[in-house]
Ligand binder design. Sequence first.
Ligand SMILES: C[S@@+](CC[C@H](N)C(=O)[O-])C[C@H]1O[C@@H](n2cnc3c(N)ncnc32)[C@H](O)[C@@H]1O
Length: 306
Amino acid sequence: MNAPFSASLVYGLPPRELAAVPPDAAQVSPLIPGSARLEDCAEGSARALVMLAAPGTIERRHALALALRALEPGGALTVMAPKDRGGARLAKELRALGLDLAEEARRHHRICTLRRPSGALPLAEALDAGAPRHIDNLALCTQPGVFSWDRIDPGTALLLETLPPLSGRGADLGCGLGILARAVLGSPAVTALTLVDIDRRAVEMARRNVVDPRASLRWEDLRVAEFETGRLDFVVMNPPFHDGGTEDQALGQTFVRRAAEMLRPGGALWVTANAHLPYEAVLRGAFREVTQRAGAGGYKVYEARR
Ligand SMILES: C[S@@+](CC[C@H](N)C(=O)[O-])C[C@H]1O[C@@H](n2cnc3c(N)ncnc32)[C@H](O)[C@@H]1O
């Protein structure tokens, strides 16, 4: 999907009280399924862009560079972030690109506004630093901003060590780069695997990392996505416990409930989680049998049977 020409764009969900977003603004966040790709917006094609910037430095600078590339000369950029999640650094990062800006502090956010000057801007370094690439230590394609983009998460590692060979039809919920999916598909008895993630960049990288005719990928928010119920033989997942940088245990609990809905009676959920997170009660509420299969380094792996 391409954004309309001379578009007004919005990246993420900036708090309403901090910036007015035109009602016709096209969404370009990779974390909102169905949005346009900011990467594909033609240079100078946007008249305005409002951004709630990401907390990760490389990811934020990359998105700012994409935004500035998309803006027409004179186009308006409004960018904000909570002070302790990148906001305190925004003005410096923009000034380093030679930009003049106004900065204000409101409701724990820093808000920077500017008009894109005409002429070339030094965006190449930030565009490169945040772009997709193959990294050898993971032997995977990855991109800054995706969960655990440059190392294997310890919870994922524990699940990889614990998982038995699986069989039948399954799903990898919150698939990230596709690390769990690759391991699962190592079993020839697996006949189909659906990978789901809310992060478009993760889905794009997983598409490169998991090249297997049994795999299908979905860019969707698991909270609202529609799935067949009662059909799957297994689900694997390392559920998210953050939403936009804020701890959100309800999100992980929703993953557990959705997995339970998708599984057939007798089907198994393999889930890894931070030991301090209260998943056991929700697992016991949604599954007939819950067994802890591993515990190490502050993580636990459960097998839960429908
Ligand atoms: C803890 S990470 C695990 C990633 C990958 N499975 C791994 O083990 O490396 C959780 C993943 O869930 C995704 N996620 C977060 N909220 C989601 C939602 N509402 N719907 C679908 N995926 C979501 C995140 O983008 C992230 O990739």
